[in-house]
Write a protein that binds this ligand. Structure first.
Ligand SMILES: [Zn+2]
Length: 464
């Protein structure tokens, strides 16, 4: 007998599909697969097959296990009998080692050889978890080495799949507690539909479906949900990542999968934004301005079906700083604290530098207020290249001196190290940050309506 620690460590193998399956078995049987009797496993297998043979599920199974026993429609083919035969064989093969020279590619235990000598192929085992394996020849002529336990788990995995863009998608999170709560939600969806006899219809999704046409939005939806609902349950560890493996095993897509991932830094940003109901509202408001125009005939809400520039940019590691300023209304679109979270967690700007830029912007705001010089802010906004921007900052520093302030607005060292470090290429980011902060500080003054969009450029000859 293995001791408990090792058993827990051995519970999951690190492959998203196998782990989804192991978790599905655990939730269905109320105990881990290693602790289930063969009878218990056969009972949940019977229920699984009953589910997979429904019209609603067979459509999904076609994408996951094409040509499998679950969806053979040849005349006189005994789908139920053949499927049971396959699953029962795997159950009977659990923990059997047969001097097989191969080892399971998922868990490293001795591989299982089927009674009929046929190999395990992609139609029974969709491979998505590791690029090492997805690069296998799509035909899998010699099949893959897999143990009976992992092969059985894979059959159960679709129970915890999620529908994105009409395709079954395996959800993976490095926090298994979150996966468990998510898995319970999947089972709730399935049990509800079973009760209502919904699965007799082909138009219903077998797999848990919340109606997301956009995989990116689905990914963020899971992140938003996780960071609110699961945070309340105290499950978040702050190192989470969520990955969606969108499976298309049926079509001639050689990889069979498209991967969408929220890395930990973006996840932490999302967690921070979702902590306060107010920030959350601000964030959703901001998102709502950046959906692509949707199909007017579609009943689904825009946030489920339409492309969102902000989500896309976050996943592509492109800056969304420009979306935080509203130049028409002369106000920030979100509170400064969210800007700070974004710069620190997503853009990797260090805290000190963010603080220095904020302090400078605050002094610029004081200077503009004291001089009642709204034009200055327009000049800062309209600087289109680095020399012009630098010049505008110099003019503000001069204004500050003219006000008779004791200390300079910023020391040369601070200016060089934090505002404009040697890499000038990101001056635009600094400009955006200053403008966002000025909008926040000076919104009342700026919205008094006297500011003119087109101001004559002040001659800068005296600067030379
Ligand atoms: Zn295995």
């Amino acid at each position: 007998m293995m001791n408990n620690d090792i058993e827990i460590k051995n519970e999951f193998v690190g492959d998203p599909i196998v782990d989804s399956g192991l978790l599905a078995v655990k939730l269905l049987a109320n105990k881990e697969i290693n602790h289930c009797s063969k009878e218990e496993l056969k009972k949940i297998s019977d229920e699984l097959i009953e589910l997979y043979l429904t019209p609603a599920w067979s459509k999904d199974i076609l994408s996951i296990f094409p040509n499998s026993t679950y969806i053979q429609y040849a005349k006189n083919y005994d789908r139920e009998g053949k499927s049971k035969e396959f699953l029962y064989e795997l159950i009977d093969g659990l923990n059997k080692s047969e001097n097989d020279p191969d080892y399971c590619i998922f868990c490293g235990k001795p591989a299982y050889k089927r009674k009929d000598g046929k190999p395990f192929v992609k139609t029974q085992i969709p491979l998505v978890g590791s690029s090492e394996f997805t690069n296998f020849s799509p035909s899998f002529k010699n099949g893959i080495a897999i143990c009976a336990k992992c092969a059985l788990a894979v059959q159960f995995a679709p129970i915890l799949f999620y529908k994105t863009g009409g395709k079954p998608s395996c959800i993976s999170c490095n926090n298994m507690e979150i996966m468990k709560v998510f898995g319970e939600e999947c089972l709730e969806y399935i049990n509800q539909r079973k009760l209502l006899n919904n699965y007799k219809s082909k138009d219903i999704s077998g797999i848990f479906d919340e109606g997301f046409k956009s995989s990116q939005n689905a990914l963020f939806h899971l992140a938003y949900k996780t960071s609110t609902k699961y945070k309340k349950l105290g499950l978040l560890k702050q190192n989470e990542e969520i990955v969606i493996y969108r499976i298309d095993n049926y079509n001639q897509n050689p990889a069979g999968v498209t991967i969408y991932k929220i890395p930990n830094n973006i996840f932490r940003f999302v967690i921070n934004v979702m902590t306060s109901p107010e920030y959350k509202k601000n964030w959703y408001n901001l998102l709502s301005k950046h959906y692509a125009k949707s199909d007017a005939n579609n009943d689904s809400p825009v946030w489920k079906i339409s492309y969102n520039r902000i989500h896309d940019s976050l996943l592509k590691n492109e800056s969304i700083l420009w979306t935080f300023r509203d130049d028409n209304e002369k106000k920030p679109t979100i509170p400064w604290i969210i800007v700070e979270y974004y710069m620190e967690l997503v853009r990797n700007m260090n805290k000190q530098r963010i603080e220095a830029i904020k302090n400078l912007a605050d002094k610029i705001a004081i200077c503009i207020e004291e001089n009642n010089n709204k034009k200055r802010i327009n000049d800062i906004i309209s600087a289109r290249d680095f020399p012009t921007f630098r010049n505008q900052l110099r003019l503000v520093f001069r204004d500050w001196q003219k006000l008779g302030k004791d200390k300079p607005m910023i020391t040369y060292e601070e200016y060089i190290s934090t505002i404009i470090p040697e890499d000038y290429s990101n001056w635009k980011e600094v400009q955006d940050l200053i403008i966002i902060r000025l909008y926040e500080k000076l919104h009342n003054m700026l919205s008094s309506g006297e500011i003119s969009e087109v101001e004559p450029i002040e001659p800068e000859g005296d600067e030379e």
